[in-house]
Design a protein around this ligand. Structure first.
Ligand code: TYD
Ligand code: MG
Length: 458
């Protein structure tokens, strides 16, 4: 049971509690509270020596008298990365970059930091996961055998902070934050308390010295940055790597950015020589069928500023007594809801069927504008009838069966027309005022309308 001065930290939300409880008071998750001592080990001054001299006393000023300076940005020269960052690395900014193991976090950061070093910036690459030799091997593979990036293989926080103080780099990469530990804390290395404390110290150092710090974080099977989701609110920018490690394409998405737009994406291809930006990515998530096949419907999703065409695939197959509903890249709860709407409002019943849906290419679609394409793909698979060639659909579908507009419908349609699509079913409110050349656009208000239209088209 709880000893004196113990606190309990939630592995999900990072919330704390003074006593053990079955349910986290912060996020209501069960059995996520673990004991972590909040106190430093007895007799030690917790980083006092490092930070005491760095704490300036700030003056209180009215807003109007504070100069609204723009942030000093350092573009990495990797366009797709700069785009998600909002124009480049920001002085004193802290970036958290998460993703599955092997997706390319270390590769991208080594490319970025090498480019910054070559542009004359003082950099530092702290590696806790790999040895210096392994990082050197990667740099050779990337075609950078002459790289001058200083590498520090180290996992102890105090030593890292000391190096940051003495070298004062413009940017430092910490690969990864989960390997960093402080022996000033009694909790185990890798525990939530350790990761959070270490990240907090690094963040403070970034703010006081103006060094940009990039923290690499691992993602658990559930898709959350392992344990310390709490890091997300501590840092300025959170980037996630997405994509299927089996395909070559990788997406980086900004899910939080104090210095730029969120939901902006960068698209890369993993090549033999590292990650290369894909400047015109709109068609990479389409699988190439020679002829249309049942269960496939293309949609246009709008990620950040760029429209992307993504193929939604569905397979409806007779299931057992408790049929399965599985989705990859799309929300499963939303799938259940769409199946109910299909049944109730369009008379399409999948009650005794297994339903699988997939967004091709490992891309994740969170916007509801995918609804119409998902429903059309499901219906197409159920009936065994392919949708017409060059066809696409998008639009949100509500519980009452209404089809709601998607933001920036015109941009989506124009991108599809550019890629040779010839027919579309979209929300009526998105229907273009003047016709789009080469494309027949059907605007619908309700899901029933979309279903009867598709019957007449196939
Ligand atoms: P890595 O950056 O080590 O992933 P992370 O740090 O996210 O765990 O990426 C490793 C994968 O990328 C690995 O499977 C090898 C592959 N790769 C290439 O295909 N080309 C390259 O030039 C490099 C450096 C790695
Ligand atoms: Mg790595």
């Amino acid at each position: 049971m709880a000893k004196d001065k113990s606190i309990f930290t939630c592995t999900e939300c990072g919330g704390t509690s003074a006593r053990w409880m079955g349910k986290c008071p912060g996020c209501n998750a069960w059995n996520t509270l673990i004991e972590a001592s909040a106190e430093p080990a007895a007799g030690k001054n917790r980083f006092g020596s490092v930070h005491a001299s760095l704490a300036p006393t700030s003056e209180v000023l009215p807003l109007a008298q504070i100069e609204a300076a723009d942030f000093e940005r350092h573009p990495t020269g990797i366009d797709e990365l700069d785009r998600v960052l909002g124009g480049g690395m920001v002085e004193g900014g802290v970036v958290l970059i998460g993703g599955d193991p092997g997706i390319g976090k270390s590769t991208l950061l080594l490319q970025a930091v090498d480019a910054l070093q070559r542009s004359g910036m003082n950099t530092l690459y702290v590696t806790g996961e790999e040895s210096g030799a392994q990082v050197a091997m990667r740099s050779r593979r990337l075609g950078l055998p002459d790289s001058q990036v200083p590498v520090l293989p180290e996992i102890q926080l105090e030593k890292i902070l000391h190096t940051l103080q003495s070298r004062q780099p413009g940017i430092a990469i910490i690969d990864s934050i989960q390997t960093v530990y402080s022996d000033q804390l009694t909790s185990a290395p890798g525990s939530v308390a350790q990761v959070r404390e270490c990240a907090a110290h690094l963040t403070r150092t970034a703010k006081s010295t103006g060094t940009t710090i990039v923290l690499v974080g691992h993602v658990t099977k559930e898709g959350a940055l392992a344990g310390p989701r709490v890091l997300e609110h501590m840092v300025d920018t959170v980037l996630y790597f997405e994509g299927d490690t089996h395909s070559n394409f990788r997406l980086i998405r900004a899910i939080k950015n104090r210095f730029g737009a969120v939901n902006e994406i960068g698209v890369f291809a993993m090549t033999e020589k590292g990650l290369k930006g894909v400047s015109n990515p709109s068609a990479i998530f389409l699988s190439q069928h020679a002829e249309p096949v049942p269960g496939s419907c293309v949609m246009v999703t709008l990620e950040g500023t760029r429209p992307l065409l993504v193929e939604i695939q569905a397979l409806v197959d007779s299931g057992g007594p408790s049929p399965r509903r599985l989705s990859v890249g799309l929300d499963r709860d939303r799938l259940a809801m769409l199946l109910a709407v299909l049944h109730r409002h369009a008379g399409v019943a999948c009650m005794d069927q297994d339903v699988f849906v997939n967004a091709v290419g490992g891309v994740r679609i969170s916007e509801p504008a995918a609804d119409l394409a998902v429903m059309l793909a499901i219906t197409s698979s159920l009936r065994g009838k392919a949708l017409p060639k060059g066809f696409l659909a998008f639009g949100e579908v509500g519980l009452a069966g209404e089809v709601r507009p998607a933001p920036r419908g015109q941009d989506r349609l124009k991108e599809a027309a550019k890629l040779g699509f010839t027919a579309a079913i979209i929300p009526k409110a998105n229907a273009p005022k003047s016709p789009i050349q080469g494309m027949t656009v059907h605007g619908v208000d309700r899901i029933e309308e979309a279903m009867s239209l598709i019957r007449s088209l196939t």
